[in-house]
Design a protein. Structure first.
Length: 86
């Protein structure tokens, strides 16, 4: 499945590294990522991740990070044969 997540993060130099480490440790693969600065203190990160695992395994761990202000799972799409071949 491909899941779309939106995270609101504290704007710190190491926040992206922490988020990506949790994604990798939970067995998800990042397929798309877009980060925008909201103001001087927060940033918004939209990312698509791929895995056969339940998205709750990832979102619960991301919510525990002190730099993560909010974590929302938006959509889930099944992986098609064309996506597996690429």
């Amino acid at each position: 499945m491909i899941y779309t997540l939106t995270l609101t993060l504290a704007q710190r130099p190491e926040v992206l590294e922490r988020v990506l480490r949790v994604v990798r440790h939970r067995g998800f693969k990042v397929t798309k990522m877009n980060m925008q600065l909201e103001d001087s203190k927060t940033a918004s990160l939209d990312m698509a991740v791929e895995s056969e695992r339940a998205i709750e395994l990832l979102t619960h761990q991301l919510e525990k990070l002190f730099d993560v202000i909010e974590c929302r799972g938006l959509t889930a799409e099944p992986i098609t044969a064309a996506q597996v071949a690429s």
